[in-house]
Design a protein around this ligand. Structure first.
Ligand code: AMP
Ligand code: GLY
Length: 424
């Protein structure tokens, strides 16, 4: 089979890597990909929002399956265009992808189907939202309704901070139309975890649990990022809690969507806050997490193409997911300045030495070739991922691999997975 993967980050490298191990695979394409991906796939440079051109390319090259990494093309309806042309694509259609594309849509569904989440109110008027914040007090959370590249959430410690956040989103329109509406919600304190599942709209197969590290600095300090590292499993998600999450969150959401006449096929990702051993949904995503996919797919034994085809054909109940018992840790190395304005074009060395290590793998994110030299080209550059007999072992291997890697201005957290190790 020929497979196309859409996207350019560490998540997409992990998808391409997993696809490359499939018994079905002939050729992999990636749009647009990155330097690491280009070792496994032919990278093509289409505008990934020009779905018509992409579908023509898929027909011309005889591509049998397309897997979509990021949320933006899904929210813009890439799956609808491909399905209309009779092309197999993994990812929900535009209507279903609203679950991530509109926080108001997601929260209203959660309320309607009794899914545990923070108490909230939606606003189209900044003044009314400010009044509500004044009434509720701080801490309080402000969320732009639409997609804002992970930046549209402000966890405000004071009322002033919340009001500034509202004005930034609604008046200064920092995220454009994504700020036409906002959610103001209760702040929940607890431990975060990521819960991802494959679903064909009927069967839901949970993946192993994982946990991201959103803040840029050790000890969860500094601004939020796309994610500075992740590990799997997340010990906070016990077996008992997993069945509670399936019962209270995942099944009601898929059933709820069904009763709204929406078929949800693809990946359903619940960003959870665990408080007193109970899950509260902070957000739903319609795609795999980045960097959670790197450790989670490192543990996945089942052929990803078998899973993708079963989802598309609505036969997911035929699949039995198998996982390596090992733990996995992914540490993100970022460019100087990230998550603010960051440097680019720095030469990366040492990856050949990591290739000699067993059970350590470097997933590329912001990398490119310049005059045949591997250079940085994004904020998050590499996701150094290792397997181990437990999380401590995996963490030690991952940091050992990082020792071999160098580029000017590189930074990474030194405490990825420490919380999980303390728990074990
Ligand atoms: P979201 O994009 O909705 O997941 O929010 C981004 C981050 O903001 C989350 O990963 C949490 O760290 C934080 N957050 C979101 N909602 C809440 C909440 N209701 N209470 C506390 N923290 C939150
Ligand atoms: N790592 C968080 C996300 O993918 O949304």
């Amino acid at each position: 089979m020929n497979v196309l993967v859409i996207g350019s980050g560490g998540r997409e490298h992990a998808i391409v890597w997993k696809v490359s191990k499939s018994r079905h695979i002939d050729k992999i394409y990636c749009c647009p990909g990155n330097a690491g991906i280009s070792e496994l796939a032919e990278c093509i440079n289409f505008d990934d929002n020009n779905f018509g051109a992409l579908v023509d390319f898929v027909k011309y090259e005889g591509i049998d399956l397309t897997i979509v990494g990021p949320e933006v093309p899904l929210s813009k309806g890439i799956a609808d265009v491909f399905e209309k042309e009779g092309r197999k694509i993994l990812g929900p259609n535009m209507e279903a992808a609203q679950l991530e594309g509109s926080k108001v849509f997601a929260k209203d569904l959660m309320r309607r189907y009794g899914i545990p989440t923070a108490e909230y109110k939606a606003f189209t008027s900044c003044l009314h939202a400010e009044d509500y914040v004044g009434m509720k007090g701080a801490p309080i959370v402000i969320k732009a309704d639409g997609l804002a590249a992970g930046k549209g959430v402000i966890v405000a410690e004071t009322v002033d901070e919340a009001i500034n956040g509202l004005r930034l989103i609604m008046k200064d329109r920092a995220f454009g139309d994504a700020g036409n509406r906002v959610i103001v919600e209760e702040c929940i304190h607890g431990e975060e975890a990521s819960f991802m599942a494959f679903t064909d709209g009927k069967t839901i197969l949970p993946m192993v649990s994982s946990q991201d590290h959103k803040r840029v600095f050790d000890g969860d300090n500094g601004p939020n990022t796309g994610g500075m590292g992740a590990y799997s499993p997340a010990p906070v998600i016990t077996e008992k809690l997993e069945s509670i999450i399936m019962e209270k969150v995942m099944r009601p959401m898929i059933r709820g969507l069904q009763s709204e006449g929406i078929k949800y096929k693809g990946i359903l990702y619940a960003g959870l806050m665990i408080k007193n051993n109970q899950p509260y949904v902070l957000e739903f995503n319609c795609r795999l997490g980045d960097p959670e996919t790197q450790p989670v797919f490192s543990r996945l034994k089942t052929d990803l193409i078998d899973i993708a085809l079963a989802i598309i054909d609505e036969k997911l109940s035929d699949i039995n997911l198998e996982w390596k018992p090992d733990a996995s840790v992914c540490i993100v190395i970022a460019s100087k300045g990230y998550p603010g304005v960051y440097e680019k074009g720095k030469i990366i060395t040492g990856l050949d030495d990591v290739k000699k290590m067993n059970d350590a793998f470097v997933f590329h994110a912001g990398t490119a070739f310049n005059n045949n030299k591997l250079v940085t080209s994004g904020g998050r550059v590499l996701g150094v991922t290792a397997l181990g007999k437990d999380i401590k072992d995996a963490k030690d291997w991952a940091y050992m691999a990082i020792e071999k890697i160098n580029f000017n201005g590189m930074h990474y957290r030194k405490d990825i997975a420490d919380r999980a190790i303390k728990r074990q």
